[in-house]
Design a protein around this ligand. Structure first.
Ligand SMILES: Cc1cc2nc3c(=O)[nH]c(=O)nc-3n(C[C@H](O)[C@H](O)[C@H](O)COP(=O)(O)OP(=O)(O)OC[C@H]3O[C@@H](n4cnc5c(N)ncnc54)[C@H](O)[C@@H]3O)c2cc1C
Length: 381
């Protein structure tokens, strides 16, 4: 593969960098001492994404007819990488632009597309992802939230958990069981649920990785029209598989890890710690892991740009990203010592980020299982 960006992609990157340098002054996300997921940060994101959208930089990869720039996989990726390098100022919007919108483009009715896509492309709405349940995480196919047909409506009852950003969301991309209890992955449907529908209750969960972003979502007799379903009844699993195939690498976390590593190196250099060759070596090791993750992710984007079917390379790329995040998190704790215990310090923030990285979007152990089976072709037991 060719590692350098094509001219048009590099020009897009240059323009984007210029815009971001003007919009995001140093420390933009920590200006008031609060962090990601806080009210201040969320408000900033809401305003920022509108400005991004007005430049055509929010959904560059979407088809033009749905408010995108028709620019392809690499420019989509350049966008993600530049924003994660700066701490992801889009907040939850990466879900909208990476996979919620594309799912609606691919599987939505003309009415759903007309109603739901323009507000996403303009950066006006926030979506959340209602997949996990108390008894269904890795084993998502065992989810129990039920949607029962009643005339022209469905009535949904159940509970979701770990729903990031649900407290500020306008819509939920919700999975519910429409088949029998034993139907497994063949009885699941997708609903595009407005969060202000009666019967939807959001409760915050305080958590060590969460920065106020986690929630439980309780659904009690939530009545939605049948037109809120995305795609066909009981075919939700294939929608999710297809739409999320690339999402394992959708958040280029190595870019933020590398940013933190730079900050940590400045911190260590100012205290003379880099003169110790064993410390310097660990910095080099962590940087190498960030770079390895970057290259492995590029391989997946290259496949995507060539319109290839998803391959197990995505599992390798994601495992490498988790390793990079963890290496930087561990290094921050070791180098900063007790100072890493200060809330929102580099060490504290990165350690908590790296905890979440190994769980969200499919846990690290499960990625390793998939690599063992599909790449190394090891026996199952
Ligand atoms: C930062 C963050 C944000 C999240 N945001 C959302 C969100 O917006 N929406 C949403 O729906 N969910 C969200 N989640 C939830 C996430 O998808 C689940 O936590 C994840 O799928 C794991 O499910 P679980 O927590 O039930 O753990 P479990 O599935 O119970 O797993 C527990 C442990 O067992 C291991 N394990 C399980 N099965 C296997 C296996 N077969 N082989 C080897 N090891 C195994 C896992 O690796 C893990 O270490 C988020 C989680 C995090 C951390």
């Amino acid at each position: 593969m060719e590692f350098a960006l094509a001219d048009a992609d590099a020009a897009f990157q240059d323009e984007l960098i210029g815009f971001l340098n003007r919009e995001l002054t140093d420390g933009w996300d920590r200006a008031d001492g609060t962090g990601l997921g806080s009210a201040v940060y969320t408000d900033f994101s809401r305003t920022f994404v509108k400005r991004l959208a007005s430049r055509g930089h929010l959904t560059p990869h979407w088809p033009k007819e749905y408010g995108g720039g028709g620019r392809g996989a690499w420019q989509h990726f350049v966008l993600g990488e530049e924003l994660w390098k700066r701490g992801e100022p889009r907040g939850p919007q990466y879900m909208n632009v990476n996979w919620v919108g594309p799912a609606i483009i691919k599987y939505g009715t003309p009415e759903q597309r007309a109603e739901l896509l323009p507000p996403i492309a303009r950066g006006e709405v926030q979506w959340c992802q209602g997949f996990s349940e108390p008894e269904a995480g890795t084993d998502l196919a065992s989810l129990q939230t039920r949607a029962v047909r009643d005339g022209d409506d469905y009535v949904i009852t159940g509970q979701k958990i770990w729903t990031s950003y649900a407290h500020g969301a306008d819509y939920c991309f919700l999975l519910a069981r429409t088949g029998t209890a034993a139907s497994g992955r063949d009885g699941i449907s997708v609903f595009l649920l407005p969060m202000r529908t009666p019967g939807v209750e959001v409760r915050r969960i305080d958590g060590v990785v969460g920065d106020d972003s986690f929630n439980e979502v309780f659904l009690t007799d939530v009545r939605v029209p049948a037109t809120a379903m995305l795609g066909e009844e009981n075919r939700g699993w294939s929608i999710v598989r297809r739409t999320l195939a690339y999402e394992r690498v959708g958040a280029p976390r190595y870019a933020r890890a590398a940013l933190v590593l730079d900050g940590l190196a400045d911190w260590a250099a100012a205290r003379g710690l880099l003169a110790d060759s064993s410390v310097a070596e660990r910095f080099g090791h962590a940087r190498a892991l960030c770079e390895a993750a970057r290259i492995l992710v590029y391989r997946v984007i290259d496949e995507r740009a060539k319109d290839m079917e998803p391959t197990p390379h995505a599992y390798q790329a994601r495992a490498a990203m988790v390793q990079a995040e963890r290496a930087v998190g561990d290094l921050a704790l070791d180098v900063m010592g007790p100072e890493a215990l200060v809330a929102d310090s580099l060490g504290d923030a990165q350690f908590r980020n790296s905890l979440g990285a190994g769980i969200a979007a499919g846990s690290y152990e499960v990625q390793l299982n998939l690599i063992a089976r599909l790449v190394l072709e090891l026996p199952k037991e």
